[in-house]
Design a protein around this ligand. Structure first.
Ligand code: TLP
Length: 360
């Protein structure tokens, strides 16, 4: 990869800013398993306050955040309702069933990332010895596989209402909740008003090198802290990385609007190209899924051709590829990406696909 490479594989590839590196070098630290790391404590209380929840917990990744949350809500044999395209269901190794014995009940995900709440209601099990106990509803905002779509406030509230009316908890995989808040122009706390827990990533669009934060009430966070420990996530002088997280939540949220504008610009440019199908109006945040509609080129060949032209993006599923804008990609870069596309689509494939990695 050269310095000129434009990396659209994910927003996870974003690198820490100079300000983050400075804050990391200067961070006061202590042993966080003793609860004595002042920088971790500060990050946790800032996030809890920002999201209007009683408490927060710094964890190593979005996967750990979701897993610790699900296992803090559900016992072995409990059932969790979630979408069949949810990241928790598709891309986290089935950790909640592998490690916690939690039974997943996947429901169809609508194109806008929502679940039909009538179907959620009718899928909740009756109290019968044949059935698992349904104890959790998990939703995702923004929804990755739905193309970064935002679930609006009304839907978030309604999901909480269905869950609570039936004695379930609501967990939100908010890996990109800040993107949703910026795109919807609403406070992130408002999106989580009815949520019992949420996991938010610092190391995606916000650019921190490592980490996620989970939020909820104090009892939940106490259970999640124990869960984090058994998952091997009790870290020590973690203030070094939490310091970058503090910069992320204070300095990097508003600029997500630039990533969203760049994603829209990319989608609009792609929509003009023969052989590519995408609806730019559905691009609400930083993620663009688009379909390659050509018989003479596979998504892996397109990806490999783009790589030779200095642009990285991954094939996703079927004939779809995914591009994710991020802090390392400028509006001018999007022009370069579109030029590269025009050139690669003009060629007849033939690029070496052996190193292409699939996402999704
Ligand atoms: N998504 C990643 C990876 O799956 C490759 C990506 O590039 O989009 N929830 C959602 C909605 C996510 O998109 C992800 C990561 C996670 C959770 C997990 O976060 P990490 O990678 O920090 O464990």
């Amino acid at each position: 990869m050269t310095n000129n490479t434009i990396d659209l594989r994910s927003d996870t590839v974003s690198k820490p800013t100079a300000e983050m590196r400075k804050a990391m070098a200067a961070a006061p630290v202590g042993d966080d398993v003793y609860g004595e790391d002042p920088t971790v404590n500060r990050l946790e209380s800032m996030v809890a306050e920002m999201l209007e929840k009683e408490a927060a917990l710094f964890v190593s990744s979005g996967t750990m955040g979701n897993l610790a949350s699900v296992l803090s809500h559900c016992g072995r044999g409990d059932e969790m309702i979630l979408g069949d395209l949810a990241h928790i269901y598709l891309s986290e190794q089935g950790g909640s069933s592998a490690l916690g014995g939690v039974h997943p009940r996947p429901l169809p995900t609508a194109p806008d990332g929502t679940l039909d709440l009538d179907l959620v209601q009718s899928s909740i099990r009756a109290d019968d010895e044949h059935y698992p106990r349904t104890s959790l509803l998990a939703i995702e905002n923004t929804h990755n596989r739905a193309g970064g779509r935002c679930l609006p406030v009304e839907y978030m509230d309604a999901a909480g209402e269905v869950a609570h009316r039936n004695g379930l908890k609501l967990h939100v995989d908010g890996a990109r909740l800040w993107n949703a808040a910026v795109a919807l122009n609403v406070a992130p706390a408002r999106l989580l008003q009815e949520a019992d827990s949420a996991s938010l990533c610092l190391s995606k669009g916000l650019g921190a090198p490592v980490g996620s934060v989970i939020v909820g009430d104090s009892d939940f966070v106490k259970r999640a802290r124990r869960m984090r420990k058994i998952l091997g996530g009790g870290t020590r002088q973690a203030g070094i990385i939490a310091a970058a997280g503090i910069v992320a939540i204070t300095e990097m949220v508003e600029r997500l609007a630039d990533d969203h504008a760049n994603a829209r610009k990319l989608a609009e440019g792609l929509a003009e190209l023969d052989g590519i199908s995408v609806d730019p109006d559905l691009v609400e945040t930083d993620i663009v899924y688009f379909e390659l509609c050509r018989d003479d080129m596979t998504p892996a060949q397109l990806s490999a051709g783009l790589k030779e032209a200095g642009v990285l993006m991954n094939p996703a599923y079927a004939r779809f590829l995914r591009a994710v804008t991020n802090v390392g990609v400028s509006s001018d870069d999007i022009d370069r990406v579109l030029d590269a596309f025009a050139r690669v689509l003009d060629s007849q494939g033939g690029a070496d696909v052996s190193a292409v990695r699939k996402y999704g």
